[in-house]
Design a protein around this ligand. Structure first.
Ligand code: KG4
Ligand code: ZN
Length: 336
């Protein structure tokens, strides 16, 4: 059998990712992170798409070089069809389609959230089906029952903000520069996570809500600053550690419930927030307590990357799931 070599493009938000995978092994994983958004304190969609346009050709060239692959060796071209920012998705989709057309190879459309989950199949150990995956990013917070590669059921989801958004908004209130989530995590390392607590709204079943805790955090800071205007600067690590612990406990409470309800002990986390050190630590403690087999992605596969698009595309190819030149990006694309 000839080698199956795929090029994968990820442009759903503000990272331009290009990966090359050969027979299921990642040969190159290039990521070009956009810094233009820092000065605005968040991703500016118009600027993101312009930067993808600038970055995509150099990133593809670099990936071919790193993998030591020529473009005529490709078996297919894959890209993120959604969910994500339309202008950003269009850049990756147009590039992938044009390349596939030029090379006369099939095209493969990948769901970004599905790819976050399938990132667990890049390296060993791999979860056994069925497993539960807590998928936590800047736009999503879901508990997914993963029955097979492309058979996923969302059994719980946020009804308002995503947890990544809660991290980023809390960081903004503390005047921590963008990107807030990872920096808050770093500052929290020196803090006491039991120092403060913030009331939250408990949702029914396996669903989440993060707007309540966001508001109580805002009021807490406002009240404390009335007493001591320097409250934030004097207590920053403790505030970060306490907020982080609250957010992680909200996540784990529902994950515990889901594991019990479905009688599943294979438990994974995925998405940008799975890079959070407190979540990773607490999940390890839960694993011991509940005898779970847990799966935590390597850091480079937590936040947005094209290796995860490549592995998802590899399995799509194996299952004969090819795309179409006529398909257009789907800014909202459910997993189910
Ligand atoms: O998956 P991702 O890279 O992009 C989306 O698909 O949204 O996730 C980005 C989110 C952001 O909200 C970012 O602040 C958060 O993941 N994040 C973190 C950490 N690293 C990334 N949140 C908390 N702690 C971290 N270490
Ligand atoms: Zn993502």
């Amino acid at each position: 059998m000839s080698d199956r070599i795929l090029l994968a493009i990820e442009t759903s938000c503000d990272d331009t990712g290009v990966a090359i995978i050969k027979n299921g092994n990642i040969l190159a994983n290039v990521i070009s992170t956009q810094t233009v958004h820092e000065q605005y304190g968040g991703v500016v969609p118009e600027l993101a798409s312009r930067d993808h346009q600038r970055n995509i050709v150099p990133a593809v060239t670099q990936a071919f070089k790193l993998a030591n692959i020529e473009k005529n060796q490709l078996s297919a071209v894959a890209y993120t069809r959604g969910p994500g920012l339309l202008g950003s998705l269009l850049v990756g989709a147009s590039f992938a389609k044009a390349l596939a057309l030029g090379l006369q190879v099939p095209i493969i459309e990948v769901n970004h959230m599905e790819a976050h989950i399938l990132a667990h199949f890049i390296d060993e150990p791999r979860p056994l089906f069925p497993f539960l995956c807590l998928t936590v990013s800047g736009g999503h917070t879901q508990i997914v029952l993963v029955k097979d590669f492309f058979e996923m059921e969302v059994v719980g989801a946020t009804q308002d903000d995503a947890v990544g958004e809660a991290f980023d908004k809390a960081a903004k209130m503390l005047e921590i520069p963008y990107p807030g989530g990872p920096l808050l995590d770093k500052i929290a390392l020196a803090g006491d996570h039991t120092k403060y607590s913030f009331p939250e709204v408990d949702m029914q079943g396996l669903n989440y809500s993060f707007s309540g805790i966001k508001t109580s955090f805002l009021y807490f800071l406002r009240d404390q600053k009335k007493i001591n205007p320097d409250f934030i600067t004097e207590n920053l690590p403790d505030i970060c550690a306490s907020m982080q612990a609250c957010l992680v406990e909200i996540l784990l409470k529902k994950l515990r419930r889901a594991a019990k309800e479905f009688g599943i002990k294979e438990v994974a986390i995925a998405g940008g927030v799975s890079a959070n050190s407190w979540l990773r630590l607490k999940l390890q403690e839960e694993a011991v307590k509940y005898r779970w087999n847990i799966y935590i992605p390597a850091f480079e596969y937590c936040t947005d990357n094209a290796a995860m698009i490549a592995i998802a595309a590899h399995y799509k190819f194996v299952h004969g799931k090819f795309g179409s030149q006529k398909a257009s990006p789907l800014p909202r694309w459910s997993l189910e």
